[in-house]
Design a protein around this ligand. Sequence first.
Ligand code: SAH
Ligand code: SF4
Ligand code: F3S
Length: 512
Amino acid sequence: MNEDQRLQSTQITATPAKPEKDYGQYFQSVYTPPSLKDAKKRGKEEVAYFDDFKIDPRFADMGKGRKFYIRTYGCQMNEHDTEVIAGILMQLGYELTSAVDDANVILLNTCAIRENAENKVFGELGHLKPLKLENPDVLIGVCGCMSQEESVVNKILKTYDQVDMIFGTHNIHRLPEILNEAYMSKEMVIDVWSKEGDVIENLPKVRKGKIKAWVNIMYGCDKFCTYCIVPYTRGKERSRRPADIIQEVRHLAAQGYKEVTLLGQNVNAYGKDFTDMTYGLGELMDELRMIDIPRIRFTTSHPRDFDDHLIEVLAKGGNLVDHIHLPVQSGSTSMLKIMARKYSREHYVELVRKIREAIPTVSLTTDIIVGFPNETEEQFEETLSLFKEIGYEMAFTYIYSPREGTPAAKMEDNVPMEVKKDRLQRLNAVVNEYAAAAMKAYEGQIVEVLVEGESKKNPDVLSGYTAKNKLVNFVGPKAIVGKLVKVKIITTKTWSLNGELIEIVSDQEVGV
Ligand code: SAH
Ligand code: SF4
Ligand code: F3S
């Protein structure tokens, strides 16, 4: 199926938004800029599945003798997209390099979640300018979530002429065409679809590691939390078919991977878009737990869609880890309402009660935003009290960052930045205290560690993670990298454990 048919079959066409100036005159064939307005639409079209990706023979030698470098920002989803981009580039004959000045193609796979994430990318583009001036044949590309934003694309057009290509999160499979266009034309190539999204199954991937792997189970997000840009940059919620996921995880197990993380912005909505069957994350986990792989985790959960069947399946244990990252964002029901999180503090607390009852050993971690527009001291204190009530073992904490195009960005905000910073500090003090206490409880305990590699500072020190995702450092032989081992914890810090190697667990003893 070609590109035109693909668009027709999904009945979705991207309507290019007009940038402030009419840049169209500079572009020949590929000029599809983003539109946040279109990205917001959620139609009734069914998700279209494709598995017909192939490299056009015209491009077969495109990468011969050339190297690529990719810098990735943002979440695991982006890291995984980078593995797909690398897969496509390697099929085109490019070689990977870890030195930016050795590369013929430089890609920045960007994140738009907060302003500072975007600033880092603009800073990096500035650093790349001299390199481009020195070697004009180098191609510089911007992809990922920032490229889905009109304001970013317009800013790059205006001020970053060192950029040769911008392509969106829905356009990764078009990379060969985009590169071809960039080699042929001297103008910036822009290819960003602001559509709802399909699922493309057979894209090549080059995975970064051989121990842990990431597997998409769904794409996009329909939650539209009022502060968040992700539903605009990643399109609508759409699930991969169970058979494709199961096959991918089986294949990873056969290749010797020890841990798989299932990825989605709201994994608990998995399967809700299937029109032909009732099948959710609970059903999927129940099938995946039969696969002979020591650890399976998922991220990220949304408290609203976390159902009883999933809890029941997770309670079966085995290779399903007893760690759940369950972002709460705020402990105040009134604030959660303004954030459009679609649950109350009480609902969240009840969900945690059910999870703990079913999985008594569970470790819970979370995400919290402070300083949302007009957040009161009382509302903030409710967040502190919820943190303590749940007793989280770790949290990612953020100061609210306005994102253009989201409803919250239009809200007036009476909270000064100093107050927001102060709240973040107060929250972090509690987070650190609880994290350190959770670690302290491991003193003298024996934990199972998946060994990931040697410490950068000392090659005799190895490090790895427990099923609950605690970082463990210990002395051991390099030969055990990639294996599961037992470590006795001797001392603890806020974010890591130090221990002594006790034994190497054989592959037969772990998992199901
Ligand atoms: N889909 C996931 C998280 C995606 S983004 C979920 O819903 O849990 C990761 C975290 O970034 C969010 O949980 C939130 O805490 C934070 N975040 C998202 N948008 C933000 C914004 N505009 N300002 C500050 N933090 C934000
Ligand atoms: Fe963003 Fe909310 Fe979707 Fe998470 S659930 S990606 S916070 S809109
Ligand atoms: Fe960032 Fe996009 Fe992930 S905004 S957090 S890279 S989905």
